[in-house]
Design a protein around this ligand. Structure first.
Ligand SMILES: *Cc1c(COP(=O)(O)O)cnc(C)c1O
Length: 237
């Protein structure tokens, strides 16, 4: 039987729990079959449930279904939602997938298990300094502006190698992965492939790419983390 484990203030909604559990099982099955189709181990791909702006009842249902990896795009919203929940959820794993301002850095470093949006030298320096001071170092991913769009954050693909080298050499950071959001209106495959190539030539293991509409394609192109929001929780409020 499913049991609600978080948060205590939300009324248990059995239908919502069943619905989100079924949707999650379907997504995990699709991840597994996309992996197999690409000759990869299903366990080599992690599902990040993008919980930004979702109501607590839906997140509670995902937790009850066994989901533990969550992605947030705002530091403050993530703090409000998750601070203090680790005592009852020791295996909770929180990933920052949105912009990180320097004035939120200390809080982000304390809360998140992974920061996927390292996109400038100053941030690399602040992350390194903070880790030295606190002893806590999340997994660090570099965000690449893979479609070179003016409105998007991220290091331009042509500057990626130099930036990654600087992160490692000047700041001593371990770059665990790359993250990108391809342009909305184009077929994503060339962008996924380009991200994989940057990772491969820089010896980087993880690729966070693919969202609700294209995670199977991303897995075929090498994604090791897919970020699914609306496809799991329903439309954002
Ligand atoms: C919102 C968001 C997602 C999830 O998008 P869906 O289309 O709802 O799956 C994934 N990645 C990032 C960076 C996001 O901001």
């Amino acid at each position: 039987m499913m049991e609600q484990i978080w948060p205590p203030a939300v009324e248990f909604d059995a239908d919502l729990h069943r619905q989100i559990a079924a949707t999650r099982a379907d997504i995990l099955a699709r991840i597994a079959s996309a992996a197999q189709g690409a000759g990869r181990e299903p366990q080599s791909i992690r599902l990040t449930a993008v919980s930004k702006t979702q109501v607590p009842a839906r997140i509670a249902a995902a937790l009850a279904a066994g989901q533990r990896i969550f992605g947030e795009n705002r530091v403050q919203e993530a703090i409000t939602r998750w601070r203090g929940t680790r005592e009852s959820l020791p295996d909770l794993h929180l990933r920052l997938i949105g912009p990180l301002q320097s004035n939120k850095l200390a809080e982000a470093m304390a809360l998140f298990d992974a920061i996927e949006t390292l996109d400038r030298p100053k941030l690399a320096r602040l992350i390194a300094d903070s880790a030295l001071k606190t002893g806590r170092m999340p997994e660090i991913f570099v965000q690449i502006n893979i479609g070179e769009e003016v409105q998007k954050a991220g290091i331009p693909p042509g500057e990626a190698d130099a930036f990654i080298a600087a992160c490692r050499g000047e700041y001593g950071l371990n770059i665990a992965g790359l993250m990108a959001i391809p342009p909305v209106d184009s077929a994503p495959i060339p962008f996924f492939v380009r991200l994989r190539e940057i990772a491969a030539r820089n010896g980087i293991e993880h690729l966070s790419m693919g969202m609700s509409g294209d995670f199977e394609t991303a897995i075929a192109c090498g994604a090791t983390l897919v970020r699914v929001g609306s496809g799991l929780f329903g439309t954002r409020v």
